[in-house]
Design a protein around this ligand. Structure first.
Ligand code: HEC
Length: 292
């Protein structure tokens, strides 16, 4: 435990506590955010950021490319497709739900709220009369993540295109997400920005920290860690055990700094996802991707 703390504190002291300028717009934030990374990692191109740590570490990239040759998520994506068809989700979405993930999350003017793909899938299931409790469909993993992974898969190659309209409610949600990203949290007092901006490219407890830019392009991800955990719990492994949504990941990162994870698909994580994804606009989707 002591060792862990030392390692993490070392990262903390490296992190500057600069908050972005106050008078800003989403457009100016995006520019500033990107320029920060472009300066930090000269030579890494915008599209490369979609590959997380593998964009900045050649040795790890080599291992990862080998994993992607026989993608462990293939059966899970197939299963997600079957579920998508079984529950007849196509009719709830534009273009039958195919190739649309890049537009998520979006601001829904009617409700004044931001909608993630997972929220729209859940609403659709309920509309179709699916008993989500009985079918054990939850937000962060399992069947819902598998359906989201299938939908992400059909959107590969499309550029993230999150819109923050000039609407007071939309801007307020965006600002809330931005605040969450830069706010210190947990007993260790770390912000997302401390690890994934100021310390990106450095090590924290044996993990290389990925740049926040591009992090949203490949979700849901298929993680070895999650696959093992679920298989151990159930006593057998299933095709989509490894999947988790981005908000599942947020919860894991909050836990790392000993903060209580917030509710998946609650207002705060959804605002964070809105801001976080907007920052990666223009980067091509490449999910689901394999992670450790
Ligand atoms: C103590 C450092 C730390 C903090 C604080 C932290 N993370 Fe992480 N995060 C990690 C580590 C370590 C990983 C795994 C390696 C990697 O991909 O960066 C990770 C991974 C991720 C990933 C997956 C990246 C990928 O390519 O799959 C996302 C997304 C993410 N973090 C978002 C966040 C957000 C948003 C916050 C704030 C709520 C946050 N993290 C706070 C350490 C941190």
């Amino acid at each position: 435990m002591k060792k862990l703390l030392i390692a993490v504190t070392a990262v903390a002291t490296l992190g500057a506590v600069t908050l972005p300028a106050v008078a800003s717009t989403p457009q100016s934030d995006l520019k500033e955010f990107r320029n920060y990374f472009f300066k930090k990692f000269p030579g890494v191109k915008l599209q490369d950021y979609g590959n997380g740590i593998y964009a900045i570490d050649a040795a790890r990239r080599f291992e990862w490319e080998a994993m992607e040759e026989f993608p462990p998520y293939e059966d899970g994506v197939e299963k997600g497709k079957q579920l998508f068809e079984k529950y007849k989700l196509a009719s709830c979405f534009q273009n039958g739900g195919i190739g649309i993930k890049q537009n998520y999350p979006y601001f829904d003017k009617k409700s004044g709220k931001v909608r993630t793909l997972e929220l729209d899938i859940m609403t659709c299931l309920k509309k179709k009369g699916v008993d989500v409790k009985k079918e054990k469909i939850k937000y962060k993993k399992g069947k819902l993540a598998a359906m989201a992974a299938y939908m992400a898969y059909t959107s590969r190659g499309k550029k993230q295109n999150v819109v923050v309209p000039n609407d007071a409610k939309a801007l307020a949600i965006y600002d809330r997400g931005k605040h969450t990203f830069y706010a210190k949290r947990g007993q260790l007092n770390f912000a997302c920005a401390d690890c994934h901006m100021y310390s990106a490219g450095l090590m924290a407890r044996g993990n290389l920290l990925s740049p926040a830019l591009g992090q949203t392009s490949h979700f849901p991800v298929w993680r070895r860690k999650w696959a093992k955990k679920t298989a151990a719990k159930k006593g057998k492994s299933g095709p989509f055990d490894g999947f988790g949504t981005i908000q599942r990941r947020y919860g894991g990162c909050n836990k790392q700094v000993r903060a209580k994870p917030l509710k998946a698909q609650g207002d705060e994580y959804t605002a964070l996802e809105y801001f976080h994804t907007y920052m990666s606009n223009g980067i091509k989707l490449n999910g689901p991707a394999v992670r450790q």
